[in-house]
Design a protein around this ligand. Structure first.
Ligand SMILES: Cc1ncc(COP(=O)(O)O)c(C=O)c1O
Ligand SMILES: [Zn+2]
Length: 402
């Protein structure tokens, strides 16, 4: 029988897919480390199926996949003058089927759902997780319920709506909605694969395995991850823990979780060396996808970061928007403001002198800027209106410059 474990009281519990929380500590439960037999890592650049022995799956149904994962690791060249630039890579998760890292988690959770004979899934989200869950629900021919906050704009609800889920805008505090979704799910047989779902988190491990493979079986020195509920960062850290337990890893990377200053409850606790965070009344940042004032995986993040000598930093909205612009203009990467927090965090550590010339950094680009229908910068019209005749004159003048 499947078991889940609590990192706090170290006890294990039989899997209750509808309520994966420790009854004693109220913290999210995690899957046990599957690597008792220490398998070798796959040679090629594999799909979920090839990482099978590293994942908590007893069956794999290829029909449920939307081709997630295997995102590129792109070497950056233009961020800083070349004499100041250590090796920096972008792991671009925009390449996933619904253009964010969430697909990796949903892909694994949907395998679990179908193997357990579940035919209703759901999630509490306003953005990327909603679209991802609805897409995989459609592929699996499962009814999908999305619970959104009452004030979610119609525009934001439209992206997941294309996949045909049942969408509800609920009059309730977001934290309460998250907790209540589990009671409702249990009562009505709906598997709420929310942000810290144990199987979703296992799906995020594959990003870590891929980075290791793409760097020729080596861990980078630093991995920068935008941080909100904590599910993504927990999954990435667990990937390297698994690699460590298998005897394949020489050095554990320094994980850097990056929050926005306007919503940084975990950074606040980290800076005070506290083992538990305190929720804040409300998140205020342009990086909406990382604006969770009461992150459900927060205490696990603190525990893992403290144990593995990681770092949590916060960055201002100005730094996030500047990083977003630099990524687009200098590196050709269009990402969400939340994703640009990785680069803003990198600049912060670089300025502090923590990153040396020979340190390899991987920055996770969590989601595509194409998802945001309204551009962040609306200050001016980016086009110049011009007659055809004048265009010829402009081009001729430009030629003289070169
Ligand atoms: C684009 C993007 N980046 C980062 C995050 C943060 O991930 P997590 O909530 O797992 O910490 C999210 C979460 O929704 C997201 O949508
Ligand atoms: Zn516990």
């Amino acid at each position: 029988m499947d078991k889940l474990e609590c990192l706090f009281c170290q006890k294990s519990f039989p899997l209750d897919i509808f309520f994966p929380f420790c009854p004693l500590c109220q913290e999210p439960l995690l899957c046990p480390d599957p690597l008792s037999n220490k398998p070798g890592i796959p040679k090629a650049f594999p799909t979920i199926k090839n990482w099978y022995s590293w994942l908590p799956l007893s069956t794999y149904n290829p029909y449920l996949s939307l081709g997630e994962g295997r995102s590129p690791l792109i070497r950056c060249g233009n961020l800083l003058p070349s004499n100041e630039l250590p090796p920096v890579f972008f792991k671009n998760e925009s390449f996933n089927p619904t253009a964010s890292f969430k697909d990796r988690g949903t892909a694994l959770a949907i395998q679990k759902a179908v193997s357990l004979g579940i035919n209703k899934i759901g999630t509490v989200s306003t953005g990327n997780m909603a679209a991802s869950t609805a897409a995989y629900g459609a592929k699996a021919r499962i009814t999908t319920y999305l619970l959104l906050k009452e004030d979610t704009s119609d525009q934001k609800a439209r992206t997941p709506a294309v996949f045909g889920p049942k969408i509800f805008k609920v009059k309730a505090d977001y934290g309460k909605l998250f907790t209540e979704s589990y009671s409702l799910g249990k009562k009505h047989g709906i598997y709420f694969m929310n942000s810290v779902d144990p199987f979703r988190i296992e799906g995020y491990k594959i990003t870590g395995f891929e980075i290791f493979r793409q760097l020729n079986n080596k861990a980078p020195d630093f991995i920068f991850v935008p941080l909100s509920s904590g599910g993504h960062l927990i999954g990435l850290i667990r990937a390297f823990q698994n690699l460590g337990h298998s005897g394949t890893l020489r050095k554990f990377p320094v994980f850097v979780g990056v929050q926005a200053e306007g919503c940084a409850p975990l950074v606040r606790a980290f800076e005070r060396s506290e083992s538990r965070f305190r929720r804040i009344p409300e998140g205020k940042t342009v990086a909406h996808s990382i604006s969770n004032p009461d992150p459900p995986g927060g205490n696990i993040v603190l525990k893992l970061i403290q144990k593995n000598k990681g770092v949590l930093v916060s960055v201002s909205d100005e730094e996030i928007l500047e990083a977003q612009k630099i990524l687009a203009v200098k590196e050709g990467i269009n990402c969400l403001p939340a994703s640009a927090a990785s680069l803003a965090g990198f600049f912060k550590l670089k300025t502090s002198g923590r990153i040396k010339k020979n340190h390899i950094s991987v920055l996770i680009i969590t989601g595509s800027g194409l998802k945001k229908l309204t551009p962040t910068d609306t200050s001016s019209d980016p086009c110049l209106s011009i007659s055809l005749r004048k265009l010829d004159t402009v081009f001729s003048n430009e030629r003289k410059i070169y």
